[in-house]
Design a protein around this ligand. Structure first.
Ligand code: WT7
Length: 566
């Protein structure tokens, strides 16, 4: 029997107070995610239970009990507090998937500060815009990533502390840098900051369509959604060994890679290494993973590696599989059923929603290719693009729309109220995606309603890449769109015009690619640079990405009456 039991029954009797009761929270009281993820589990007498199995690419292994999480997060909280970090100060986590990243987030939340996780593969420019926007006062990082921080520190007067968790005594600490070793002391007590439901907790940056990245601000009350969705959708309970493959630089890696599993007292696994088919199967077998939350790009890569390699491992421990982040093709669902004996259950949500919104529940009939149905308590429909009126007919494509009010919903875009307000129309929150709903209430994803590129489940803003391209000495103008890719679904492609005196060459293409990789990240790096004589623009001067996009995807171009250079 799954945790959710009957979906229909749950929908009928739903109230978020179900989660509040289970967590022992009453309206108006203190609610602190950091405390729930460690101290509470220990107070329940489960301090010796394993919270984390950790392994890296070099084969190093570590294990942490809930009591370890408690004392080491206390150590981080105390250290930050001693430095003068206060509640609501932004503390950035900029690390590979090392234990300090996971436990650090718990420590930051315990002192009421706002955790700002950033993907460690970000280059200095991506890092800079996010730290500057957030007015971040401290960053916790590793030696190798501190080099990127050093490059931008002069432009970040608010950044007071650069905390290095793997400092080597033989080296010199530079300006504002300070060493911290998490496991040097078991700090038994820490005063937990009395955060309330609406106290800010996390700041996750997500790509904007026309502007710079937006800081999505969440609150401690989000725990209510994260806890219950993990319990009912991921179906995790105390005896599970759970593996969420997402990096905590992204929301899946925090909501379901730290907060939900630890609030539920589950043992989770972390593999701190790049993707490899053998390494992944071996990891599942070695730790006996029972519940696996992953993403379509990874599944497609596993699928490509074939069925034979699966047979070299004993993966009979697996019990429930879930996917998120990008469209999960029906072939992937059928394939996983064939090789693992279990289908992947799609789930749909986004940084802004904070928790799963639409999904295939355990025990529900899966229609491969469909994202499933709304979570109990979530009112989700599709609306007409121009009027935002509900489309009350099955099979008609519209914009996905949710009635605001679930606990994990973002509370603001950091210092960007206008864009935040623009996400609500006619009393609906619009995530910016298109879909249709069938007669049984299943959602079928069509695509995004903007130019944002979803490459391997990561959102990349064409605007951000175009802006970075213009800083390359050879480039006069640029336009960025996606192009199809077998594994990553979409990849970044750049069209550029060159400044006088620059010649088209393959070296220049490589140079441009590397320029973006270093400045932004490997995800944002164009996989192809096409040299053109001019960039298509509208009469008002806006880049016509739609035209270039249609060409790449072999689609009809549609109305181009506003095109300037036709
Ligand atoms: C966007 C959100 C929180 C999930 C990790 C990404 C796309 C997400 C699906 C799905 C098709 C999906 C949407 C969404 N997306 N899940 N199951 N099927 N598309 O969070 O970076 O905020 O991206 O990812 O376009 O709006 P994110």
């Amino acid at each position: 029997m799954s945790n959710i039991g009957s979906y229909e029954e749950r929908v009928k009797n739903f109230d978020w107070s179900i989660a509040e009761k289970e967590l022992g929270y009453k309206e108006g009281e203190v609610i602190n995610i950091g405390w729930y993820c460690s101290d509470r589990i220990c107070e329940m007498g489960k301090g010796d239970n394993l919270a984390l199995f950790w392994e890296n690419a070099a084969g190093e292994e570590k294990r942490y009990t809930y009591d370890d999480i408690r004392v080491y997060s206390n150590a981080i909280g105390a250290f930050l507090r001693n430095l003068g970090v206060k509640n609501e100060d932004r503390v950035c986590l900029f690390m590979d998937r090392i234990p300090e990243l996971y436990i650090g987030l718990v420590g930051i939340l315990k002192i009421g500060a706002i955790a700002q996780p950033l993907f460690s593969a970000f280059g200095d420019e991506s890092l800079f815009v996010r730290l500057e926007n957030a007015g971040t006062s401290a960053i916790i990082t590793q030696r190798k990533h501190a080099l990127k921080v050093r490059k931008i520190i002069d432009r970040l007067p608010n950044l007071k502390h650069i905390i290095i968790v793997d400092h080597d005594e033989k080296r010199e600490l530079k300006e504002r840098e300070i060493a911290f070793s998490m496991e040097s002391e078991r700090v038994d007590t820490l005063e937990i900051f009395p955060t309330k439901a609406e106290s800010p907790s996390l700041l996750h940056y997500t790509s904007g369509t026309t502007g710079m990245p937006k800081g999505v601000q969440h609150v401690h009350y989000s725990l209510i959604s994260q806890y219950l969705t993990a319990k009912w959708v991921l179906d995790i309970s105390e005896n599970d060994i759970y593996w969420c493959t997402a990096d905590p630089g992204w929301v899946t890696g925090t909501s379901y890679g730290i907060i939900a599993p630890w609030a539920l007292g589950v043992t989770q696994c972390v593999l701190d290494s790049g993707f490899s088919v053998e390494a992944w199967y071996r990891f599942i077998q070695k730790y006996g993973v029972t519940v696996w939350y992953s993403a379509p790009t990874a599944i497609r890569s596993l699928m490509k590696a074939g069925d034979e390699i699966v047979k070299q491992f004993d993966l009979s421990c697996l019990r429930h599989l879930i996917s998120v982040g990008e469209p999960l093709n029906s072939e992937a669902v059928v394939w996983s059923e064939k090789v693992f004996g279990l289908p992947f259950h799609d789930s749909y949500w986004q940084t802004e929603t904070g928790s799963i919104m639409i999904t295939n529940f355990p025990g529900m009939k899966i229609k491969p290719g469909s994202m499933g149905k709304t979570f109990p308590g979530i009112i989700g429909i599709v609306v007409k693009p121009e009027t935002y009126e509900p489309i009350n007919k099955s099979g008609v494509i519209g914009l996905i729309a949710f009635r605001p009010g679930w606990p994990a919903m973002m509370r603001a875009y950091w210092k960007n109220e206008e864009t935040y307000k623009g996400k609500f129309k006619n009393g609906w929150y619009l995530p910016g995606d298109r879909a249709w709903i069938d007669n049984d209430g299943y959602f079928w994803f069509i695509g995004r309603d903007d130019d944002i590129i979803n490459t391997a489940g990561h959102l990349v803003s064409p605007f951000e890449v175009e802006s970075a391209l213009l800083e390359h000495p050879a480039i006069a103008e640029s336009a960025v769109v996606s192009k199809p890719d077998e594994i990553n679904m979409e990849v970044v492609k750049a069209f550029v015009t060159l400044k006088p005196g620059f010649e088209v060459s393959e070296e220049l293409e490589l140079d441009i690619m590397n320029f973006i990789r270093k400045k932004l990240s490997s995800l944002a790096m164009p996989q192809e640079v096409e040299y053109v004589d001019s960039i298509p623009k509208t009469r008002s001067g806006k880049i016509m990405r739609r035209l270039l996009h249609a060409k790449e995807w072999g689609e009809e171009i549609g109305d181009i009456s506003t095109l300037e250079n036709d």
